[in-house]
Design a protein around this ligand. Sequence first.
Ligand code: ACM
Ligand code: ZN
Length: 433
Amino acid sequence: MTIDKKGIVIEGSKAGVFYGLQSLLQLISANSKKNSPTVDLPLVHIEDYPSYSWRGMHLDVCRHFFTKEEVKKYLDYLALHKLNTFHWHLTEDQGWRIEIRKYPLLTSVGSKRSGTIVGPYSTTAPSDNIPHEGFYSQEDIREVVAYATARHITVVPEIEMPGHALAALSAYPEYSCTGGPFKPAITWGVFEDVFCAGNEATFSFLEDILAEVIPLFPGKYIHIGGDECPKTRWKTCAKCQQRMKDEHLEDEHALQSYFITRMEKFINSKGKQIIGWDEILEGGLAPNASVMSWQGTKGGIAAARLQHDVVMSPGQPCYFDHYQVIEKEKEPLAFGGFNSLEAVYHYNPTPAELSEAEKKYILGSQGNVWTEYIPTFSQMEYMALPRMCALSETLWTPASKKDFTSFQQRLRVHATLMDAKKINYAKHFLQKP
Ligand code: ACM
Ligand code: ZN
């Protein structure tokens, strides 16, 4: 972007021009004066390009549902911060949120839970008994994807398997090991009832679902989850044990690997690639899979060394559902943990222990917004921003050029733009001198 006496010129690729316009918007906001109909812009020449190709934000719409209008607003915030990947977490124990025409019970049964636990997580926490529900029709999904595409954002849908499947199994218990019955969860955590890996029909069911999901999303990736799948049921299920014998699998981790590799083959046959949480490394990584490292950076490092692409999203500092200041008692109830704005800013997604060749497999990073304790859009804004601003700078700016003091000063200016957009961002940084 060049602003000189003759005018304003923005040049770049299509996305580059779009990002240039975001910079121009920021410059206009930063130089606007109250009650003045005109703006004086500084003469500038800016050349910029991102450090990473995966600049993501995730949103869990299962623990709490967000409408398509709210999701579009979220996409506006990604675009404003020049982020290009939206990881849409669509299925969970607590709710199935995407219409699948062949299996209508997924939404008529699986998108509704009878209540939500009150207060901090415990196995004895009471339910509020307030029904919680919501899902996106395939038309809604198309609309959101088109909205994202217009903003140079790729949507990565997540369809969880083999764990975090209780909502799906409430609708179709025949694809579990025990046959059920089940209900969509009203509490959080990890549940032992998962998809049966021994039943052929489970795979047909999931392939049918993916055959409807895949055409809705033009991007390259389908996220298949893969995290937190207890092996309890598989250990005592005759079908799962038979599968292990037939396929010469030495333990249940190998069975998980069989499950993911089999689904990968199907997804690859439809021209798409899988990405999964780092547990997909257990028992052997599927041949073409990319890995999203959330349990620290170990999984990402291991995957890069195996020459697989990696997205770094370690709990510290990329989980934006964690507290953002140390004085937790002054904050609205959150999941736990502590990821400060400064920690997000200083995050370097590329682990130093990788060789130069291995570093090329680190596509980038993303912030994750799990919504167990985020019941409203306004609360979601409070958790996501300004940490999203810090993440954006981490993904655009070479580590050697990052400067937290400068970022804090610029964030105060950016705050006026967020105010104009009526974003409920967290304001702790404004209190600092
Ligand atoms: C995860 O937080 N279970 C990916
Ligand atoms: Zn089974």
